[in-house]
Every structure is written in C-alpha cells, then in structure tokens.
Design a protein around this ligand. Structure first.
Ligand code: FES
Ligand code: FE2
Length: 393
C-alpha cells in the first residue's frame, strides 16, 4: 500500500518535471516576525509543542541490543532510552527516585543496571529499582513503588519516538499519521550509525524552515552544492509530517515503464521531515546514507542545537569508503554550520530588531506554510482536543 503511494508520488513528480510546473498554494503566507523571538510565544511552543508532541529521539541503530541505552537531553528534560531484555524499547526520565540525581551521563552504552552516581541506588534496564545502598541504615523502602518514571515511547521504521511529558495523552501512533509506513521503506532498523555531531543554531523555527526550503539551494549554497542545484519543490503531507521532493525531469527514461521494478532507493529521494524537529535527507558518500538532523530548542528563543547523524545502509567496508563517508559528513557540517545556520543566526539578530512586522513564505515555499500553520494550530488546541488534529494513515 505505502509502496503504491511512493510510486504515485514519483509519477506526480515526473509529470510536474515534464510540464515544468509545481503545485502551489493560492497565496503568499505572512508569518509574524515576533514568532521567531518573542519570549512568551517561545515558552508556549516549549510547553505545547515540544512537551506534548512525541519527539524522534533515537535511532534503532543506537540501541540495537538488550542492555543498550542512550541518555540525552530534550527540551530541558533528561531522558534515558533503554533496550530491555525482551528486546522492547523503553524510555524514562533520567532521574533517580531517591533524591532526583541524573543517573546516566549523556551518551550511549550497554549495561545490566543503571547505578546512580550519588548514593548508588540501582535500576535494571526495565526501569525497576533493584538496589538500595546500605538498606539497613536507610530504612524500609517499597522498591516496587520507586522505579524510574516511564515516558511514552514507540519504535517504528527503525526510529524511536518519546514524549518527554509523562502526562501527555497524545498517542504516538496517531501522531505519526501513517508517515512511519512510508519511512519504513528505508529499512533503517538494519542501518549503521556512522557518526554524530552537534551544530549550534538560531531559533528552532528559523533553523527548521531551512530544511523544507529548496528555494535557497542554488543561492545560499552556490559554493557548495553549486549554482545549478534544482530549487523547485513538491510537498506531500501526512498530518504535520512532510516530504519534500523535486519535480523529476528525465526520471521517466531512467526508471522505465514497469513501475513494479522502480528501485525503492529512487522512490524515497528527497527530504523527509518529522514534525516538529527532524529532517532526513539522502546522500551518497562512502555508500548509501542519510543525514538525520534532530533539532532541539536551546535555552533561549534565539538558540537551538542540531544533532547531525550520518546513518549508513552498511558500515563502510574499507578505508577508502570510510574516508569518503567522513568527507561527506564533514561537508554536511560545513554546509549547515557555515552557510545555513551562519545565515540563520544573523537573520535572528535582524528579526530581533523588531523592524519588520512579518516575513513571507512564497507560493513556492509550501512546506513553510504547512509547518507554521501546524505550530499555530497546536498552540491553539487544548490537551483534550489534541488527538482530533490527527488521523491514522
Ligand atoms: S540521588 Fe540517586 S542514589 Fe541518591
Ligand atoms: Fe540549506
């Protein structure tokens, strides 16, 4: 079913490529400039978007085996993700039940138990409290009541979503709106994480706008991707999640008539964004790869950071492919840090002057229309009505 959808999208891209057209919304969209710097607005986004929406926090490749774990911060919440003995994935607040210390340092590893560095209380990988240090001195504790606080968590398509507010009632499957089925055609559960790195950026929405924007490619990236890079985009949505693909001129000849034989690799080309903060873009450096960029808000409206993950279909088999993968990864850091985010940080400063009332998203920037409308809608929706915004795919 979802492969048919991929084929349909490819046919649509081909038709637009041949006709030299793109689908466009009727109007240019105005977005208030203050949305990028206003403190109150930003606090609302943290609370209503980042706390209530599931976030794509980890890749299966990072926690493949029982006992594998990943500790990280998201929206100010320390999170611990673990692969249990039964092979399921669980997520917890990375906080000890004794007096609240953070248990594991940020990073990935493998362990049988999580031991708190403060007074050595320990938990198994299922999150149960299994050891209290010096129990005779401490006094009686009902261990069954003092496990780690579990967070809603779902693993699909080789990716792991976690909701960082344990009280959020939005079902993760519902939120995905069937998008995970499309993503499953990559087969990420068997891919290999080659490397990750962190890049500092401006307001999370300024940073994220760039991932849905092909309009800027031959201009801002004229010295890296090159001035001839195609910059027209076709957007497809599943709930708030969007795929960005280019109209594919000449692709029909490449693919042939029998769509059953069209390679999946070509069918999933382009950029896949996962609302509200992830972009997946295909590359070929040292072998087939994607850059999975996870954006997180910083501590102020004007800051964010992005974890860039270079996920490869296969581990590079030799030194030459390893070197090619490293070069590609470094090139992508350069493009994002020195071109996209360097521009975004200056854009942030300019917007903060308040000299402009609004910014514009053109009829060729439909991804920005969809994204900003979704953020606005979510901010206007109560907890109770939130599930009504989504429908399963
Ligand atoms: S805070 Fe963790 S053992 Fe005391
Ligand atoms: Fe860019």
């Amino acid at each position: 079913m979802s492969r048919e959808m991929l084929v349909e999208m490819a046919k649509n891209n081909i038709a637009h490529g041949d006709a030299g057209t793109i689908p466009q919304p009727d109007e240019i969209l105005k977005v208030p400039a203050a949305n990028y710097y206003d403190e109150t607005r930003w606090q609302q986004e943290m609370k209503q978007v980042f706390k209530r929406m599931p976030l794509m926090m980890a890749m299966t490749a990072e926690v493949k085996h029982p006992g594998d774990y990943k500790a990280m911060n998201a929206g100010g919440v320390p999170v611990l993700i673990s692969r249990t003995e039964s092979g399921a994935v669980k997520a917890f607040v990375n906080m000890c039940s004794h007096r609240g210390a953070q248990i594991m340092d940020e990073g990935c590893g493998n362990t049988h138990r999580f031991t708190c560095p403060y007074h050595a209380w320990s938990y198994n990988v299922e999150g149960d409290l299994i050891g209290v240090y010096a129990p005779k001195d401490f006094g009686d504790v009902d261990k069954s009541q003092y496990g780690l606080t579990e967070l809603p968590c779902l693993e699909k398509a080789g990716l792991i979503w976690v909701t960082i507010d344990p009280n959020s009632t939005l079902d993760i499957d519902l939120f995905l709106s069937g998008y995970d089925e499309l993503l499953s055609h990559f087969g990420f559960e068997d891919w290999h994480l080659f490397a990750s790195q962190r890049v500092e950026g401006p307001n999370w929405k300024i940073a994220y706008d760039g991932y849905m924007d092909l309009y800027h490619l031959p201009i801002l990236h004229k010295n890296t991707f090159g001035p001839d890079f195609p910059n027209q985009a076709i957007y497809y949505s599943w709930g708030p999640h969007q795929r960005v693909a280019g109209p594919m001129k000449g692709l029909k000849e490449m693919l042939g008539d029998d769509d059953a034989k069209w390679p999946t690799e070509l069918l999933v080309a382009g950029v896949w964004t996962i609302f509200p903060h992830v972009s997946i873009a295909g590359f070929d450096g040292g072998g087939r790869a994607v850059m999975i960029s996870q954006l997180f808000p910083g501590e102020t409206p004007g800051t964010s950071y992005t974890i860039q993950n270079y996920l490869m279909e296969k581990e590079p088999p030799d030194e030459a492919s390893r070197k090619a993968a490293l070069d590609q990864f470094d090139f992508l850091r350069y493009v994002v840090q020195e071109e996209d985010y360097a521009t975004g940080l200056k854009q942030q400063k300019a917007l903060e002057t308040g000299a402009k009332d609004h910014v514009l998203f053109g009829r060729n920037e439909e991804g920005g229309h969809n994204f900003h409308r979704w953020v606005d809608t979510i901010l206007d929706t109560s907890d109770e009505d939130l599930p009504k915004l989504f429908k399963t795919g």
